[in-house]
Design a protein around this ligand. Structure first.
Ligand code: GRF
Length: 203
């Protein structure tokens, strides 16, 4: 009997390099029996949407201005994603806070990638360059990235895996973020494989 493909719904807000890493891993067979039936962004101009348009992957800009509040937005998000029977929901550079309306609809099925070694340098408002600025300011010798399950508390869900990156004496926000982002791409696809195929083997 043919193996049913595992389905990943991906939420994006920005350039989509993490999304691209997933697409590439599906193409090169690292993520076998896996497909991305839908990509949703809260930002109309997210380059991530361009990436999927070029790949013929279904994608949608869900406009926050069309909803009276975050809970209504998330309820629509749940409705859309539920239509695709996603096995996993991946936040790939998704910068909108998710409410309980969304998180509680997909228990233990949402993962996020954060550009630091949580629990340090995480939490509300800690994203993108702000993270690397704080890391450099702290003087720590090591940074990295974290893949974790998403709960209603920002960046506080159970950690699945991390990858470390040395902080170099002459590092700038740009040089550090570039090295961390490269590790994020590897961490994300490794984590997706683990959650979809290894953990499911256990449950
Ligand atoms: C990256 O800084 C990543 O750490 C975070 O979102 C940012 C943009 O990622 N998750 P992407 O290039 O849009 O995937």
């Amino acid at each position: 009997m043919a193996t049913l493909n595992k389905k990943i719904a991906v939420l994006v807000s920005g350039s989509g390099t993490n999304l691209q890493a997933i697409i590439d891993a599906i193409k090169n067979g690292y993520l076998s029996n896996t497909e991305i039936p839908i990509v949703i962004s809260n930002k109309k101009d997210a380059y991530a949407l361009k990436r999927v348009q070029n790949e013929g992957i279904e994608n949608l800009f869900l406009n926050p201005n069309d909803f009276s509040n975050n809970i209504e937005y998330d309820k629509k998000l749940v409705e859309i994603i539920s239509n695709y029977q996603a096995d996993l929901i991946v936040l790939a550079g998704y910068l909108k806070i998710l409410t309980h309306a969304f998180v509680n609809s997909f228990p233990n099925k949402i993962i996020n990638i954060h550009p630091a070694l949580l629990p340090n340098f995480g939490g509300k408002g800690m994203y993108g360059e702000k993270v690397h600025k704080a890391v450099l300011k702290s003087g720590v010798q090591e940074s990295g990235c974290t893949a974790h399950f998403v709960t209603t508390e920002v960046d506080a869900g159970p950690i699945i895996a991390q990858r470390k990156v040395s902080v170099l004496p002459d590092d700038t926000v740009e040089s550090l973020s570039k090295r961390v982002l490269a590790e994020e791409h590897k961490l994300l696809v490794n984590t997706i494989k683990k959650v979809l195929f290894e953990l499911s083997a256990v449950s």
